[in-house]
Design a protein around this ligand. Sequence first.
Ligand SMILES: Nc1ncnc2c1ncn2[C@@H]1O[C@H](COP(=O)(O)OP(=O)(O)OP(=O)(O)O)[C@@H](O)[C@H]1O
Length: 326
Amino acid sequence: MTTNERVIDVTDLRRVYGDGTKSAYEAVSGVSFSVGRGELFALLGTNGAGKTSTVELIEGLAAPAGGRVRVLGHDPYSERDRVRPRIGVMLQEGGFPSELTVDETVRMWAGCTSGARPAAEALELVGLGRRREVRVKQLSGGEKRRLDLALATLGRPEVLFLDEPTTGLDAEGRQETWELVRRLRADGTTVLLTTHYLEEAESLADRLAIMHEGRIAATGRVDEVVASQPSRITFDLPDGYFVGDLPPLDSLGVTGHEVEGRQLLLRTDELQRAATGLLLWARDAGVELRRLDVRGASLEEAFLRIAREAKGSADRPESRQKEMAR
Ligand SMILES: Nc1ncnc2c1ncn2[C@@H]1O[C@H](COP(=O)(O)OP(=O)(O)OP(=O)(O)O)[C@@H](O)[C@H]1O
């Protein structure tokens, strides 16, 4: 259940790496978003987009170079003691002592966690109840991720940070983890998820943001972000035909096209009109459109467009190196 309470509130956040005297690198350049209580917000992005740099600021692991972060109404860096007991963090690499058993690991962690669940309950929650006596080094990669999750949720956190929670899991393990995250969310836990899997964000997130070059390139509910993208039609141009032989593309409602070899890609915001016009033309011309693929806008398309633009801007000479000495 979500409320209007802003459990995470980030305004114009900036993070700069470097010593401040020479040229420094701005990894986060004015990021703003908020997450309501009980909401699951996913942060997506190309490699190096600044997701981890942003999340670390929200977790209070570093002070921002600019902007403001509030978690549960407090500054997570300067008021760490007030925030830390109420949040759970699942890191990418748990790094537990490998000789300890699963049960010993959880109990050791519980010793440093206020209001911890009983170890047995924490392990049941993540489906590791039967692996309690196994040494950590004997766990599979997927089981280790579940142990990470058990530790992150041990203190019944109000806010849970999940960094790539299903990396290395097989399809079944991923589904199980999603189920668990849904259950935690249903119990009112607010979740900030970073992930490379678009399907994961699509399946779990109430809202999401796609980061690119330290900024938010697109944000909103999944359906809103998808709706901002064009649909696509691809097919092979029949032998002897060229793009100019088709009906005028703007008369089909096509807003852009690309040709690669014999394959033509059309982008449109009016999928039915474009597909109908194209198929009627093919019928009248008596040709077959081989490898025809008609698909509505998707989160993947939104993400790929941003990645394409990222590649385009990387090829341009300007960079994010900022002269800090100025
Ligand atoms: N300690 C650091 N010192 C200097 N630059 C850093 C440091 N940590 C990260 N960066 C740079 O900041 C940028 C953002 O990195 P960050 O790890 O936040 O991205 P990300 O979106 O989490 O990437 P990925 O998906 O690849 O994990 C990258 O260009 C990275 O090289």
